[in-house]
Design a protein around this ligand. Structure first.
Ligand code: LLP
Length: 382
């Protein structure tokens, strides 16, 4: 909820901007910490969801690790105080520069996705006289039942090692002297709301564990990735951490000495952020009324790219309800935030909030049309 006091303070600020409610962020982190400590699981925040320096600092202060996908994300995580021994490094296309930065930082683990990648990590580690700890990202062939662009663990996916290649991977590993296999890694997709998907993943992991045990391969790290969805219809609702953790607890069979790792992104930061924008014009269309706002797909691309639904609230009107298409100013018809939604009578100058935008919002903003990047405003600065 964005309260009236906060809304009054928004009135003098230039729009659009991301508003981060730090109380929401902290209460989400409190719950996550409680659940993860109770289960003994290690959380690595998926930095890509929101790499804002202030947000990273708050998350690192809880003692969580980080899940990075580029040398810049590693640098930002270290800068924010994350311990290198809690950094995992993912990505299907790591560059040499990425790998060298990760080796130099002495991170916890590389999540490896192919034999050629393992070979390159081994060569670069040898040059630096280091041994890289790796986990194999395995494609578990599980449909996440989410948007196809953020489905990552089915047969057609570019991600992960196929199970039919595992025998070759193990043979190869025995030849690579600067790599040490410590675990297995999975990530089946993002914005997963069907809990049964995670249950299927647990079963698949249990099966795969047998495969490794039968070859006397000892794994200490089992990483289930991220993906827990949030409720975009109800921006004031918290993610279902309790249910998620108790499901993992119930269905995954960890062997003695093994630790479970996870990489949540959206569920940590999604609900604490809103994109705040001003209404520029109300324009009549043939069959609809457009509310043209000053935020566009450059500030929040999720609706245009994934047809994602974010709840939109008019913060400054309590008039009669009308239907609007809420659109941005960019010269593309995909620059639409919502179609035919009910809002109280909306006029030029009104402030609107596009909710649940803390994850993959500011992080994916671009300067298309040479627009300014959206600023970040924190609740404790107002
Ligand atoms: N681990 C790996 C290996 C990942 O690829 C991702 C996200 C995560 C963890 C974190 O997933 P989360 O808990 O946030 O679902 N831009 C898209 C989402 C892309 C997700 C990419 N990978 C969106 O706006 O929906």
């Amino acid at each position: 909820m964005i309260d009236n006091k906060t809304i009054a303070k928004f009135k003098d600020l230039p729009t659009p901007f991301y508003y981060y409610d730090l109380d929401v962020l902290r209460s989400t982190l409190d719950t996550l910490k409680k659940e993860s400590e109770y289960s003994g699981y290690k959380v690595h925040y998926a930095v890509k969801a929101n790499p804002n320096a202030r947000i990273l600092k708050i998350i690192s202060s809880y003692g969580f690790g980080a899940d990075c996908v580029s040398y810049n994300e590693i640098a930002a995580s270290l800068e924010a105080g994350f311990d290198p021994s809690g950094i995992v490094f993912a990505g299907v296309g790591k560059t040499d520069k990425d790998i060298i930065a990760a080796l130099n930082a002495d991170i916890f683990c590389f999540n490896c996705e192919s034999i050629p990648e393992m070979e390159v990590i081994d060569q670069l580690a040898a040059k630096l006289n280091k041994t890289a700890s790796i986990a194999l990202r395995i494609n578990p062939y599980i449909d996440a039942h989410t948007h196809k662009y953020i489905t990552t663990g089915i047969e057609a996916s570019k991600f992960g090692i196929n199970t039919w290649e595992l025998e070759d991977v193990i043979k190869k590993l025995s030849l690579l002297k600067n790599i040490k296999l410590i675990g297995i890694h999975f990530h089946v997709g993002s914005q997963i709301t069907r809990m049964s998907v995670f249950q299927s993943l647990c079963s698949r992991i249990n099966e795969l564990q047998e495969w490794f045990t039968s070859r006397a391969i000892n794994l200490t790290s089992i990483n289930v990735g991220g993906g827990l969805g949030i409720d975009y219809e109800n921006p004031d609702k918290n993610p279902r951490f309790e249910e998620y953790f108790s499901l993992l607890n119930e269905f995954i069979n960890l062997l003695p000495g093994q630790k479970l790792h996870l990489e949540p992104g959206r569920s940590i930061v999604g609900q604490c952020g809103s994109l705040i924008s001003r209404v520029l014009f109300i324009k009549n269309g043939s069959n609809t009324t457009f509310a043209i706002i000053d935020a566009g797909m450059t500030d929040l691309i999720r609706p245009a790219l994934y047809q994602a639904h974010h709840k939109i609230e008019n913060l400054t009107s309590d008039g009669r309800m009308y239907r609007y298409d809420v659109v941005g100013p960019i010269c593309e018809s995909s620059d639409t935030f919502a179609k035919y939604i009910e809002l109280p009578e909306t006029k030029r100058g009104d402030l609107v909030a596009i909710r649940s935008a803390g994850a993959y919002g500011e992080a994916m903003a671009s300067r298309y049309n040479l627009r300014d990047l959206p600023r970040a405003v924190f609740s404790d600065e107002l």
